[in-house]
Design a protein around this ligand. Structure first.
Ligand SMILES: Cc1cc2nc3c(=O)[nH]c(=O)nc-3n(C[C@H](O)[C@H](O)[C@H](O)COP(=O)(O)O)c2cc1C
Length: 201
């Protein structure tokens, strides 16, 4: 059996959400747990799969077992029309066997997103990503205002989860507040998972 881990599951086309995932994974490690970074493949309108089962670069694709066996989940997506991206939704739509068995009930979960515009739907996307996780019975871990960066940021960062303003060209790097909040979210998730896994005597 593998060591307990937090699954950092994300989709990213141009790298911004992927960079957030790396910072969240760092936070998970600072919180004392292993982070398992996984992505999902792009989807196409073709009926047959058109991509290799192992990506040419970057993280491996997530399996249902990665999700089933995690101690907690950080779920990340670029904002697309104020909502999560279809490839991630497609993966989640394939998790009904986990729902039927209650495999994720009681596990902590957090969400993160990246946008082109500062007010282009970060909060709506984060909230939409929480909906399926609540159906799965997961426990939501957001960002508390005791994180000073939440009040100081002029970029991303919300109480609903971590966010990043990547700019119109998608090239704006994560600023220090966004990094701090990504790490804080990962750390909080790891610490919560550890508390929940501690046997009660
Ligand atoms: C189809 C589509 C829809 C998008 N919708 C939004 C949107 O509603 N609001 C916004 O600010 N950015 C929107 N974007 C921009 C992406 O959210 C943004 O570039 C994000 O940082 C990409 O993340 P990635 O680098 O991880 O792929 C959209 C991009 C695409 C391709």
């Amino acid at each position: 059996m593998s060591a307990p881990y937090i699954l950092v599951l994300f989709y990213s086309r141009n790298g911004s959400t992927s960079e957030m995932a790396r910072q969240i994974a760092r936070g998970v490690e600072l919180g004392g747990m292993e982070a398992r970074l996984r992505t999902v493949p792009a989807i196409s309108s073709e009926i047959e799969a058109v991509a290799p089962s192992i990506p040419e670069q970057g993280c491996l694709y997530a399996s249902l077992d990665d999700l089933k066996n995690c101690s907690g989940l950080a779920l990340g997506s670029p904002t697309r029309f104020g909502n999560m991206a279809a490839p991630l939704k497609y993966f989640l739509d394939g998790t009904s066997t986990l729902w039927l068995t209650g495999a994720l009930v009681g596990k902590p979960a957090s969400v993160f997103t990246s946008t082109a515009s500062l007010h282009g739907g970060q909060e709506t996307t984060l909230m939409s990503m929480l909906l399926p996780l609540l159906h799965h019975g997961m426990l939501v871990a957001g960002l508390p205002y005791s994180e000073a960066a939440l009040l100081e940021t002029s970029g991303g960062g919300t109480p609903y989860g971590a966010s990043h303003h990547a700019g119109a060209d998608g090239k704006r790097a994560l600023d220090q507040h966004e990094i701090t909040l990504c790490r804080a979210l990962g750390q909080r998730l790891a610490k919560t998972a550890l508390l929940l896994e501690t046997p009660r005597g």
